[in-house]
Design a protein around this ligand. Structure first.
Ligand code: URA
Length: 255
């Protein structure tokens, strides 16, 4: 069993934060090793206990198509918005078909558009490392985006594109029936939670969408630009993994 300190150091190393082998517990001990991590003392505080804050549930789209493969086949043909003109291919999703944890990003980038899989670029490599630090991989979680086709020049998806993609998003969610969801970045958080609040205010507590506990965290691309925030992402992933373990234990004991 890895204790919290070891686990934190391991996680931070996996995602590229330089941190001492023995994780200090006070600011005083941190100061001599004032590297990236020192900017984020909060990472060394006890794990946050996130409260339940049910949020508005936006109205759902069509869920008449059921079964993940059926939804995927239909989505691959979609021409409901202008992104169909510029995409190479629809980037549907990857991972377990009955995931404990569903990760949702924004939209495919250039590499995802070429490969046909979400999060395969630099941000995806970081996400893989974050998953690996929890002994997870893209095979035992599920990863998808709010919007299935690449917006030109990697701009944020437009409201009408998010709306047009809603039926695939909703049908995919319904087929997957995730037990926990992690929203990566503002676009995913605002879309799912039906909120225009900042990421900072949406992060740090549990939400609920369609009866599923939902956590908001940073987008890996943002973490690449702002590596000091990687320590905070560790807090989120630790909370997520803790709840996942609790769910699995509850399921095992009810068998
Ligand atoms: N960013 C996303 O939000 N999704 C991807 O698939 C890749 C980068």
């Amino acid at each position: 069993m890895i204790d919290n300190g070891d686990f934190q150091a391991y996680y931070l190393r996996r995602i590229g934060v330089v941190t001492p082998l023995t994780v200090p517990t006070t600011k005083k001990i941190l100061e001599p090793v004032a590297e990236v991590i020192a900017a984020d003392i909060s990472a060394h505080e006890p794990a946050p206990v996130y409260s339940e804050t049910p949020s508005e549930t936006p109205s759902g789209g069509s869920e008449s198509i059921t079964g993940l493969e059926q939804v995927r086949q239909a989505a691959l043909q979609c021409r409901d918005c202008s992104l169909a003109e510029s995409r190479t291919q629809v980037v549907f999703g990857v991972g377990s078909e009955c995931p404990d944890v569903l990760f949702i990003g924004e939209a495919p980038g250039e590499q995802e558009d070429q490969v046909g899989e979400p999060f395969v670029g630099k941000a995806g490599k970081l996400l893989d490392q974050m998953l690996a630090s929890l002994n997870w991989s893209r095979n035992n979680v599920y990863i998808m985006n709010v919007v299935k086709c690449r917006p030109p020049a990697n701009r944020n998806p437009l409201v009408e594109e998010v709306q047009a993609c809603s039926r695939w998003f909703d049908a995919q969610w319904a087929a997957l029936q995730p037990k926990l969801v992690c929203l990566l970045g503002k676009v995913a958080a605002q879309r799912v939670l039906g909120s225009d609040a900042s990421l900072a205010s949406l992060r740090g507590h549990w939400h609920e969408y369609r009866g599923v506990p939902v956590l908001v965290s940073y987008h890996p691309a943002y973490l690449l630009r702002s590596p000091t925030q990687k320590a905070r992402s560790w807090q989120d992933f630790r909370v997520l993994a803790g709840r996942c373990r609790a769910l699995q234990a509850a399921e095992a004991s009810s068998r």
